[in-house]
Design a binder for this molecule. Structure first.
Ligand SMILES: *Cc1c(COP(=O)(O)O)cnc(C)c1O
Length: 418
């Protein structure tokens, strides 16, 4: 089900024509669907049935506080990777006790902030980090609840830049070292072992990498139990893929069932946490952009648009594919093959290669599947202001982030004295 569909030739977000949003808010602009976010979250939640579970939405996918607030209202937890993300969750009405803190390079001050707020679990990625968490917790006079993020060395069969669970990745504690790391944790006075976590990559389109890593994690859980170290929560990370260009990833139910079968097989009934980002946000938004010029070279046609790699980095960063659709279907009726390129002074500033489009200067295009890792990766390269973000709710439009102002671009900068 998509919340971005044509009605009488006009592309809509829910019941609002995108054309109308472009007129009111300008372009480039991110447009999200409230119903899409909520449907995706609920679909995952329902798939667990009455099995005890937590959904920790991966904030980095789309961290707008309006998005976080909608998910918090559904009862979502959050997976964060920085103090800034925790502050967003709190500003959005999220509960620190329903937050897990991931990331390889947590600083002392970030740990102080997060432990002070009482997050559910610090997902530790190295023994050096464990020692730091002990120090911080001791200083605060509290006991920090932790999990190790282990690295099961499973190939998620996705793009190498979004693969995190293989031995050569910087993420997680290698399986060979995890057992000893838990023993060390169990011996520290200000540490309480809470769980075990893993996250092997993103845009995964099969269930087997998830089942394989679960199997490896459960074997460690059993070895630890034999040593008297009791794991209270399994956190199986995020990674479930979505349809960008015809991929057929497992459904939420297939994905959850694969995990439930995995735990059943071992007779384990521990609560399961997952950290979905892309699955919830990816197809819940589009990037709306206007064609500034058409340009025809001998070998190429270009549709030069007003959104660039600073607004949407994924195509340049990981050769990611996003469908690109004309917002109005009623142009000349003649299609041409275009490279859809942005204004940024880089040859890699391409939103899509070789797209068949019927489009003219002044027309609007929608870059689809731009709800995850899109605005959250936007930057100011070429001194471009970051776009506005809009949330559509049925036939209502809410601006959830103003377009940046030109003055914002030099905020905090200063000249040397004379
Ligand atoms: C990025 C990330 C996620 C979310 O991944 P998706 O593929 O968006 O579901 C979950 N957990 C951790 C630790 C991450 O770094």
């Amino acid at each position: 089900m998509s919340f971005f569909e044509y009605q009488n030739g006009h592309l809509h977000a829910e019941n609002i024509p995108l054309q109308k949003i472009a007129s009111a808010v300008g372009t480039p602009c991110y447009v999200y669907s409230r119903a899409a976010f909520e449907t995706q979250w609920r679909t995952l939640d329902t798939a667990f049935g009455d099995y005890p579970h937590s959904i920790f939405y991966a904030v980095k996918a789309n961290s707008n506080i309006a998005v976080l607030n909608l998910l918090a209202r559904l009862g979502s937890g959050f997976d964060i990777v920085s103090e800034g993300e925790l502050r967003r969750v709190l500003a959005a009405g999220g509960d620190a006790n329903n937050v897990v803190f991931s990331g390889v390079a947590k600083s002392k001050s970030e740990l102080e902030f997060a432990i002070g707020k009482g997050v559910r679990s610090i997902n530790i990625e190295s023994v050096a980090e464990l020692e730091r968490v002990q120090q911080v917790a001791e200083k605060l006079g509290v006991v920090a609840s932790i999990a190790f993020r282990v690295n099961p060395d499973v190939d998620p069969e996705t793009h190498p830049y979004i693969s995190t669970g293989m031995d050569k990745a910087k993420f997680g504690v290698p399986m060979g070292a995890a057992y000893d790391a838990y023993q060390r944790a169990a011996a520290l006075p200000n540490i309480q072992v809470h769980g075990i976590a893993c996250h092997i990559g993103s845009q995964i389109t099969k269930t087997s990498p998830f089942s394989d890593s679960l199997e490896i994690v459960l074997n460690l859980v059993k070895r630890l139990a034999n040593k008297g170290i009791e794991i209270k929560q399994l956190d199986l990370g995020g990674g479930l893929g979505i349809d960008y260009q015809g991929e057929v990833p497992p459904s939420a139910q297939e994905y959850v069932t694969a995990m439930l079968n995995g735990v059943k097989k071992h007779g384990i009934t521990l609560p399961i946490g997952i950290e979905p980002g892309r699955y919830i946000a990816g197809n819940s938004g589009v990037l709306l952009t206007k064609v500034e010029y058409l340009k025809h070279n001998e070998s190429k046609n270009f549709a030069i648009v007003d959104a660039g790699m600073n607004d949407l980095l994924r195509p340049s960063l990981y050769q990611a594919f996003h469908r690109i659709s004309a917002v109005e279907k009623n142009s000349t009726g003649e299609k041409m093959v275009f490279d859809v390129v942005g204004p940024v002074c880089e040859s890699s500033d391409v939103l899509g290669y070789d797209r068949e489009l019927d489009t003219q200067a002044g027309d609007l295009l929608a870059v689809m599947s731009a709800g995850a890792y899109s605005f959250s990766m936007a930057g100011n390269y070429n001194s471009r202001v970051r776009p506005a973000e809009v949330m559509v709710d049925d036939d209502k439009v809410h601006i959830i982030r103003q377009r940046e102002e030109q003055e914002d671009l030099i905020r905090g900068e200063s000249l040397l004295p004379e």
